[in-house]
Write a protein that binds this ligand. Structure first.
Ligand SMILES: [Zn+2]
Length: 286
């Protein structure tokens, strides 16, 4: 009995010191709303909300399989999977995985979902190295331990590159600053009434407290934010959504149990106001 215990302890110790790179230490969630469950719903056309209360995850369905954008925290996987099922779709039909940014609150469950679904993971090329090292090279959350399980992307994407599945075509918009490869997705969906231009945007929020020029691990940060803030002002769309529900006030627009009503997400004014706020924050830190 004792001997078995010693062997087990020795084995654990060995595993621990022999592979520090494999250690995942997920940072503490900023808000308890990040893990709170939320019922899935149809946003517009073949676009569905499948995320947690605040960590937005989107499912785009097609006849040839589905696209999942963002995966929340490591423990969000079961929520996302049950949300997809509740909507009547199969988790195993997810063929493409995307993310708006390589931070632990959006790619926490990515490696595990990739393994489970065998889907192809595609990422903005500038976030590829951070994805591969589990965020250890990130300017903010980086360090000795990975913030999320490392992910090996299948395809690297450049600005304006098209992601196709079935009859869907998504255009990637490179929106760096929050991470080196933060990005947004622009695409058209239809319902039986009309078609909508949808923008799933990674808002250029700033998580560093001091001046951007002091972030030595990301020297282009300030010019990247300036580029992104300018580029975002020029985008045309009908519906906008973001990486966190709080960023586009989802819970003011949609209450759980509400019926299908894409009109509530048509909100250019809210988008422009949110960008103006971020522009101010950028101005004080640049
Ligand atoms: Zn982030």
């Amino acid at each position: 009995m004792m001997k078995k215990l010693y062997v087990a302890i020795a084995l654990l110790f060995l595993l621990n010191i022999s592979s520090p790179a494999q250690q995942v230490k997920e940072p503490k969630a900023f808000s308890e709303e990040w893990s709170k469950p939320y019922p899935p719903f149809r946003i517009v056309g073949n676009l569905y909300y499948v995320g947690t209360y605040d960590l937005a995850c989107y499912l785009i369905t097609t006849q040839q399989g589905h696209i999942l954008i963002n995966t929340g925290l490591a423990n969000s996987e079961s929520q996302i999977e049950s949300n997809v099922k509740k909507l009547g779709f199969r988790f195993s039909d997810i063929k493409i995985l995307l993310t708006t940014q390589a931070h632990f609150d959006h790619v926490g469950a990515m490696a595990s979902i990739k393994k489970k679904t065998q889907a192809k993971m595609m990422v903005d090329e500038k976030d590829a190295s951070t994805l591969k090292d589990g965020g250890r090279s990130d300017y903010f959350f980086g360090g000795d331990a990975s913030a999320f399980e490392p992910i090996e992307p299948d395809r690297l994407l450049k600005d304006r590159e098209i992601i196709s599945l079935g009859d869907m075509q998504l255009t990637l918009l490179h929106h760096p600053g929050h991470t080196k490869g933060s990005c947004s997705f622009l695409f058209i969906v239809k319902d039986d009434q009309k078609s909508y231009q949808v923008l799933i945007v990674n808002m250029p929020s700033i998580i560093v407290d001091g001046k951007l020029s002091e972030v030595t691990k990301y020297p282009e940060m300030s010019s990247d934010y300036a580029y992104t803030l300018k580029a975002m002002k020029g985008i045309s769309f009908d519906v906008w959504l973001a990486s966190h529900t709080s960023q586009f006030n989802m819970h003011l627009k949609h209450k759980s149990g509400d019926g299908y009503n894409p009109k509530v997400f048509i909100d250019r004014k809210g988008y422009d106001q949110a960008l103006a706020e971020l522009q101010k924050d950028y101005h004080s830190k640049k």
